[in-house]
Design a protein around this ligand. Structure first.
Ligand SMILES: O=C(O)C1=C[C@@H](OP(=O)(O)O)[C@@H](O)[C@H](O)C1
Ligand SMILES: C=C(OP(=O)(O)O)C(=O)O
Length: 438
């Protein structure tokens, strides 16, 4: 364990550039590994989760090499040509690697064992095992559909039409990726829209993919299988989920003004910006442009007097990873913030509802946990008292980073029990925070 006490900071000033988007980085490597020829990626996130994806694609025959910081070159094997890995695939802490790779392997004639850390081994895999089994893949999972598990791919796989029972981009993507090497048309029906990076990137790599809206307003996404992918040059935009910690930090620490460059603002990801603005946050979009087929802008964030609000549950999928950071903002706002519809947060790296309730309470915030959310009464801009002992982060990077921000906005600091998991998604987080707060 690597504990650290995050101490109160003066105004945050300056400009930062957050690392590349984690979702897009995973997909760049996976799709590059399936295209015949050389894919070049710049701005790749070199976090542990993405490195787990890179190692897995290497183990299945692709060449995935780092040239310099963020700059990678991938030589793919072609759809249908993944090799059987010689050893178990260690997915570390990464749900995205696990579920998307299960999709890829499900329609290849190979067998793979998936393992992960203590956090990942508690997370539900039934949500991908069910549809991929319908496509013909065979699973031997641990109790409750968990890791470690063995997956035997189907050859040929059977195309399906599947209606997502949970709003999950990982489940959607797993089925679409399985569809890549499945004869015929594989369809996913998505009643609630989730991040659409897979759709954008599959199309970019040349797959035949259509998106329609049905009579009930659900998205109907179809992919034609036995696709041939063409190698691409990809510039990965900055990760809005990483930017969120610094947006909140700049909003809550008096006197702050921070420019966060190159933040991806895909509408299926940008819910946090909308909610913080509704709370009164000053977040200005400077130089809006397109990077790697995604909308991007620099965000100028200034300290603001935040007000509590009722967060509309319809916005949850577009900010599903940002609630821990939002809870910190709510703890420092004036009045009550109510969140509902957050059931999915209970099956992330930790149960982010309970763990954040306990963490913020330990830091002196007024928090009440409900079945599907938190009700937080803010301090009205006064710093949080701070924590006595160490806050338990349960191998969850986003809990650690959120409580670090709570610490800099506290009177006595907040101690986090383990900062190591931060490296799964944002290895330079502490260095950036220390520099801005210096
Ligand atoms: O598809 C993706 O890249 C992701 C989807 C989301 O998970 P779910 O699909 O489980 O909601 C998100 O929480 C995760 O960080 C990344
Ligand atoms: C939920 C997350 O990631 P994953 O599901 O890939 O572990 C996250 O990064 O917050």
């Amino acid at each position: 364990m690597r504990p650290r006490r995050f101490l109160p900071a003066g105004p945050l000033k300056g400009r930062i550039r957050v690392p590349g988007d984690k979702s897009i980085s995973h997909r760049s490597i996976m799709l590059g590994a399936l295209a015949v020829g050389e894919t070049r990626v710049t701005g790749l996130l070199e976090g542990e989760d993405v490195l787990a994806t890179a190692a897995a694609m290497r183990a299945m025959g692709a060449s995935v090499e780092r040239l310099e910081s963020g700059e990678w070159v991938i030589n793919g094997v072609g759809v249908g040509a993944l090799l059987q890995p010689g050893a178990p695939l260690d997915m570390g802490n990464s749900g995205t690697s696990t579920r998307l790779l299960m999709g890829l392997i499900a329609s290849h004639p190979i067998t793979a064992t998936f393992t992960g850390d203590a956090s990942l081994s508690k997370r539900p895999m039934g949500r991908v095992i069910d549809p991929l089994s319908d496509m013909g893949a065979i699973f031997e999972a641990s109790e409750g559909g968990r890791l470690p598990l063995i997956l035997k791919g189907a050859s040929p796989a059977v195309p399906i039409t599947y209606r997502l029972p949970v709003a999950s981009a990982q489940v959607k993507s797993a089925i679409l990726l399985a569809g890549l090497n499945t004869p015929g048309i594989t369809t996913v029906i998505e009643p609630v829209p989730t991040r659409d990076h897979s759709e954008r990137m599959l199309r970019g790599f040349g797959a035949e993919l259509t998106v329609e809206t049905d009579a009930e307003g659900a998205r109907v996404i179809s992919i034609r299988g036995e696709a041939e992918l063409k190698p691409q040059t990809i510039e990965v935009p900055g990760d809005p989920s990483s930017a969120a910690f610094f947006i909140v930090a700049a909003l809550v620490v008096p006197g702050s003004e921070v420019l966060i460059e190159n933040v991806g603002l895909n509408p299926t990801r940008a819910g946090i910006v909308e909610v913080l603005r509704l709370m009164g946050g000053s977040i200005e979009e400077v130089n809006p442009r397109e990077v790697g087929g995604e909308p991007v802008a620099d965000l100028l964030v200034r300290h603001s007097a935040l007000k509590g609000i009722d967060v509309d549950p319809a916005i949850v999928p577009s900010m599903v990873d940002e609630f821990p950071a939002l809870f910190v903002a709510a703890s420092l706002a004036e009045g009550v913030t109510t969140t509902t519809g957050l059931d999915e947060l209970r099956v992330k790296e930790s149960d982010r509802i309970s763990v954040m309730a306990a963490a913020l309470t330990a830091a002196g915030a007024a928090v009440r946990e409900t079945e599907d959310g938190l009700v937080i009464t803010g301090t009205g801009g006064q710093p949080l008292p701070g924590s006595q002992g160490a806050i338990a982060t349960h191998l969850d990077h986003r809990i650690a980073m959120s409580m670090a921000i709570a610490g800099i906005a506290s009177r006595s600091g907040v101690e986090v029990d383990d900062t190591r998991p931060i490296a799964t998604s944002f290895p330079v987080f502490e260095a950036m925070l220390d520099e801005l707060a210096a």
